[in-house]
Design a protein around this ligand. Structure first.
Ligand code: FE
Length: 332
């Protein structure tokens, strides 16, 4: 048997066994390994994963019909949409997937399927911010936050998606004003990742930040970052006319997929209660399958009403959102 291959180059060079499922993944080994292990133990089907940080579209395009990849894993609905638009995916229909993934969370034709969700929310200093201080994304531009907000780059996909959702709810003019107001309230230029902003709250540089929910769990697992996590709590803002901004992680089958049959088995496994629970416990994301609850830790952060804006509408607004972010020189 082939052992699991973790290097992109190795996967490309080695002809995989006929029954193997080959995956290109933007998701990290710490998350995927428990899932592939559980699937292999249950089915005896080997899963090879090439982990990538960028360039998946280019690579799949270059490989064309000869691509060894069966499945692609990524986060962000817009990235999923880009794969479909580039013609790199094929539709998958499956009663198991349909039963576990609500209609709003998969492509109508089955080109991509959500496996987990995450909300983009506010991390607030336990000492310096009260729960009632912020209840909406619109609140972020209140002058009372002047010099008190930290965030990563406005051009990062997580923030572009949030801005696209704002655009969906309020239109271009209001979104431009919101971005300007948010920029005016920043304690420092956008920099670092989501966790770096929470570190800054811990260090007293700012009082609130914008971040994805699962980073709270990730920080609590990390010796150095535990103190950052302990200094904040999660607040779940909503749009004034909507819910909390949610994005997804998901899977799609490549157009070339040499091992379609086993690849579908793996997709169905990932939507099953066993795998959904692994996602919940390992990565602190919200399971997509209605029957699987979030982990106790995640549930302890509070509940929220997810925004009901169509994920693909938001994905389509992404270029316009990015343009506005650049127009107001958000990172400058
Ligand atoms: Fe992330």
């Amino acid at each position: 048997m082939f052992t699991r291959l973790t290097l992109a180059a190795t996967l490309a060079a080695a002809p995989a066994l006929a029954d193997d499922v080959n995956v290109y993944s933007y998701r990290q080994p710490e998350l995927l390994a428990p899932l592939t292990d559980a699937f292999e133990a249950e089915t005896g089907i080997n899963v090879n994963v090439a982990y990538m940080k960028k360039g998946m579209v280019e690579r799949l395009t270059a490989e064309g019909k000869r691509s060894p990849a069966d499945l692609i894993f990524t986060v962000d609905a817009a990235r999923m949409a880009a794969m479909v638009e580039a013609g790199l995916t094929q539709p998958v229909t499956s009663a198991t997937l349909s039963a576990n993934v609500p209609p709003a969370f998969h492509d109508p034709d089955g080109h991509w399927w959500t496996l987990t969700t995450r909300a983009r929310v506010v991390y607030a200093s336990k000492d310096r911010v009260a729960d009632a201080d912020i209840t909406t994304y619109e609140d972020l531009v209140d002058p009372k936050w002047k010099g008190r907000i930290c965030t990563r780059s406005g051009t990062h996909p997580y923030n572009v998606a949030l801005t696209a959702a704002y655009l969906h709810h309020h239109g271009a003019e209001a979104t431009r004003e919101w971005l300007k107001g948010l920029k005016a309230n920043l304690a420092r230029k956008p920099q670092g990742n989501d966790r770096a902003q929470i570190k800054a709250i811990w260090a007293g540089e700012c009082d609130i930040s914008i971040g994805n929910t699962y980073y709270m769990g990730a920080m609590l697992k990390n010796e150095e970052q535990q103190a950052w996590a302990d200094s904040v709590r999660l607040l779940f803002p909503t749009f004034e006319n909507g819910g909390a901004h949610v994005n997804i992680s998901g899977v799609a089958m490549t157009g070339a997929a040499p091992n379609k049959e086993n690849a579908i088995k793996f997709m169905e496994f990932l939507a099953s209660p066993k795998a959904q629970q692994i996602y919940a416990e390992t990565n602190y994301e919200y399971p997509i399958a209605p029957g699987t609850p979030p982990s106790d830790l995640v549930a302890s952060w509070g509940s929220f009403a997810p925004d009901e804006a169509d994920l693909m509408d938001i994905a389509r607004m992404r270029p316009d959102a990015l343009k506005l972010v650049e127009e107001v020189d958000f990172d400058g």
